[in-house]
Structure formats: structure tokens, C-alpha cells
Design a protein around this ligand. Structure first.
Ligand code: SF4
Length: 238
């Protein structure tokens, strides 16, 4: 069987600096990544996503994502849907905050005890969505956040990029090196297809690579040629 990358969930947090709920969304995301579901999640940087980060967009197409937004404007969810794929789940801080009116936030950059408790509630909701998506039972090693005093000291940062996890292969396309995401596992999948003519394999290879990589329409023929050259070279070594 091809060695496809381990399935993870990508968490995309909104980057709002204007609202304290935006801060809560980022703190909650970090709590999930660093404490609740370390092994099952990675984060994707929304500003990089919007700027056209190919790895980020490819990841969001390849893996299920959870958009974590501060308010009903749903910036992260909309960006994910527009640039990559519909998120598998959405978590909106303002909706969770409405359930706990007693939890008051101190300030945008310093959440205080009420804000940190709200961030923990949001983090637990995100973790529950991760478990649903991966079809796994609640994690036995879940850290009880309300017992973890260190969480209060967690820095508030706007960007906590830890994206990655997909193998990238450099391929020369029309004389220029280009990073192709997930090419290794894709080629293994294609090589495992028995009974197909080379022409069909070549087309299948291109179509599969296009699922995970943005290929300019005007360069499709060059990409097809480069990918097939790479595939043929690997096949000859088998
Ligand atoms: S979802 Fe709300 S808080 Fe987040 S970036 Fe958009 S407007 Fe700001």
C-alpha cells in the first residue's frame, strides 16, 4: 500500500485583532495544538492562506479542516471555502461566549481568568470536532485544561504557524524548479494501478496532482511532461 501521509485535521483560526473574540480563537487553537490534540492536528496560517500559500491551500484540500472564527463574519471559514475546500466543521467563539455570559474578558491582549476559561471551552469544542472528524474516541491523554495553570501564561500571538506534514518534491517544470505537494505518495498510487496504458497513467497522474496543487492552465502541458518524466524515472528504479 502507498505510504500516504497520516490523516490529521488542520485548524484555521481567524486572525482578527479588532475583537477580543479573535484573540480567544487563537488562544483556543494553540491549546488544541499544544495540549489537547497534539498528534491529531496542525494549524494553517490564515494570512499566508489568503496570500496564496500553496502548501496551506493544498493541505486544506488534502485534509479535513476546522475553521475557528471569532465572530459571525466567519473570515476563516469563508477563506477556506473560497480558496481551498469547505471546512469540515466550524467553531464560532461568539456563539460559545453567548452560552457563558458570566465569562468576561479583561482586554483584547490579556484575556484574564474569564477569557482563559472561555478559551478552554472553545478548545474543548474544537477537540470534540477533531474526534468526530477522525472518528476516534475522546483521547485518553487529554489534559484537563482547567487544572493546567500554565495555560494562563500562554502568550497571545497573531500567528502560530506549524503547518506541514505533507511531503514536497521539487520537480523541474519548463526549466524551473517547482514544489509539488504529495507527489511521492501519488506516484506510488499511480504505480499500483495495474492494466492501464501509459497514456491513461499519465493523465491520471496529472489529474491527481492537480487535486493537491494549483497548476496554471497555460502550463498544464509542461507540468504533465515533467510529472511523467519524474514518474518514469521512479518506475525504472523499481
Ligand atoms: S471572524 Fe470576526 S473576529 Fe475573526 S477576523 Fe473575522 S471579523 Fe475579526
Amino acid at each position: 500500500m502507498p505510504n500516504l501521509p497520516k490523516r490529521k485535521v488542520g485548524i484555521i483560526s481567524c486572525s482578527g485583532e479588532e475583537l477580543d473574540w479573535g484573540t480567544v480563537s487563537r488562544v483556543a487553537t494553540r491549546l488544541v495544538l499544544e495540549r489537547l490534540r497534539q498528534e491529531q492536528t496542525v494549524t494553517l496560517c490564515l494570512p499566508l492562506f489568503l496570500a496564496g500559500g500553496k502548501d496551506e491551500r493544498a493541505f486544506a484540500r488534502f485534509y479535513p479542516t476546522i475553521a475557528v472564527d471569532g465572530c459571525p463574519k466567519l473570515c476563516a471559514a469563508k477563506a477556506t471555502a473560497a480558496y481551498s475546500a469547505e471546512p469540515a466543521a466550524r467553531v464560532v467563539v461568539s456563539e460559545i461566549a453567548a452560552r457563558y455570559p458570566e465569562l468576561k474578558l479583561e482586554a483584547r491582549r490579556r484575556l484574564g481568568p474569564g477569557g482563559m476559561t472561555l478559551a478552554r471551552k472553545v478548545a474543548e469544542e474544537i477537540a470534540a470536532r477533531v474526534d468526530e472528524i477522525l472518528g476516534s474516541p475522546p483521547q485518553a491523554r487529554t489534559v484537563r485544561l482547567n487544572e493546567d495553570a500554565a495555560a494562563e501564561a500562554a502568550p497571545v500571538v497573531a500567528c502560530s504557524c506549524q503547518s506541514g506534514g505533507l511531503p514536497v518534491t521539487m520537480v523541474e517544470v519548463a526549466g524551473s524548479p517547482v514544489a509539488i505537494v504529495a507527489l511521492g505518495p501519488i506516484m506510488e498510487q499511480i504505480a499500483a494501478l495495474n492494466g492501464m496504458a501509459d497514456e491513461e497513467l499519465r493523465d491520471k497522474l496529472l489529474q491527481t496532482v492537480k487535486v493537491y496543487n494549483a497548476i496554471p492552465a497555460e502550463q498544464e502541458a509542461q507540468y504533465a511532461e515533467a510529472l511523467w518524466r519524474e514518474f518514469a524515472a521512479r518506475r525504472a528504479q523499481r
